[in-house]
Design a protein around this ligand. Structure first.
Ligand SMILES: Nc1ncnc2c1ncn2[C@@H]1O[C@H](COP(=O)(O)OP(=O)(O)O)[C@@H](O)[C@H]1O
Ligand SMILES: [Mg+2]
Length: 303
């Protein structure tokens, strides 16, 4: 629950944002760009997507980026659980209950923002074009206030997950050393490649027992992809198996916040740093940002 002071602080923050958006300062001009929308996904479930999305958001925020996470797991939405936050509203309230996207944002640790999806994304398919336009212009506010928007999806090759993957500016694919996770990751890469060989797909290997094991899987997947598919798979890095992750999950706190020195925290920082370095070299998607993302999403969903 948000108290009065918290609300006031948020209103002031929003005002500041609006002011900086109007300023002619070079730095602020850069902040006027659209956010980069990155979908975090996997072939198999339970591989660490939600933990990676949250802790990467925190690492990027600590490096000065403004980050918003959106929960687009329609089945087992659980960013709120891992953050120990009970969101007051979801995207459904933006669609049907006239809520502004800013009102639907929850505050996470280290300045990150969080949007609960609810069944919001599915509801989009039922809207007429006037309602859709209203929704898109509302959600476009996120572009002004975020540098990066991380979309946390469910696992698998379902239509809805594939829509989030294909609509994103970039994709982060998470796999673990389990054979089924690796084969499912490859199936995901293949599906993306069949639809768009130019999609930027970056690979993270999570829960490996050693750096050697992690690099081995990264190599296997990139080599097989190169041999059989037109898409180029870009290695982003690895996070080793770390028992502090489960401990943090049980405490409903991001591991990088309560165990900043643990190995998983070190690795998530390295990966996040690498992601920012890549930023300039990746080819920009047409209509970058959440506005472009939702536009593409609606096109994909409506076939
Ligand atoms: N690097 C890691 N080391 C140890 N356990 C991990 C690691 N990453 C994830 N886990 C475990 O996997 C579980 C599922 O993670 P989660 O982020 O919810 O996966 P997903 O979102 O892909 O379903 C976590 O609760 C945690 O116990
Ligand atoms: Mg998850």
């Amino acid at each position: 629950m948000m108290d009065q002071a918290e609300k006031l602080r948020q209103i002031i923050d929003n005002l500041k944002l609006r002011q900086s958006a109007n300023s002619t300062n070079v730095l602020n001009d850069a902040r006027n760009k659209s956010a980069k929308v990155i979908t975090v996904t996997s072939g198999k479930g339970g591989v660490g997507k939600t933990n990676i999305a949250i802790n990467m958001a925190i690492a990027l925020s600590e490096m000065g980026k403004r980050v918003t996470i959106m929960d687009a797991d329609l089945g087992l939405a659980n960013i709120d659980v891992l953050l120990g936050i009970i969101p007051k509203y979801t995207l459904v309230d933006v669609i049907y209950n006239n809520k502004n996207i800013i009102e639907v944002l929850s505050d996470g640790p280290k300045n990150i923002k969080f949007v609960a999806g609810g069944s919001g994304i599915e509801e989009l398919t039922k809207l007429d074009s006037y309602q859709l336009q209203k929704f898109v212009s509302n959600i476009a506010l996120l572009d002004k206030m975020s540098d990066v928007i991380l979309i946390d999806t469910g696992a698998g090759l379902s239509d809805s997950v594939m829509s989030f993957v294909m609509a994103a500016d970039e994709v982060i694919l998470v796999a673990t050393p389990e054979p089924t996770s690796i084969t499912d990751a490859y199936a995901m890469i293949k599906m993306v490649s069949n639809r768009d060989t130019n999609k930027t797909v970056r690979l993270i290997v999570n829960r490996a027992e050693s750096i050697n094991e992690a690099n081995d899987i990264i190599n296997k997947l990139t080599v097989v992809t190169e041999k059989f598919l037109k898409l180029k798979l870009l290695p982003l890095g690895y996070i080793l198996q770390d028992d502090m992750v489960l401990k943090a999950v049980k405490m409903q706190q991001p591991f990088s916040v309560i165990y900043p020195k643990t190995i998983a925290s070190k690795h998530i920082k390295e990966i996040s740093k690498k992601l920012l370095e890549f930023k300039e070299t990746g080819k920009a998607t047409e209509n970058q940002g959440i506005k472009g993302f939702v536009g593409r999403l609606i096109n994909i969903i409506n076939g």
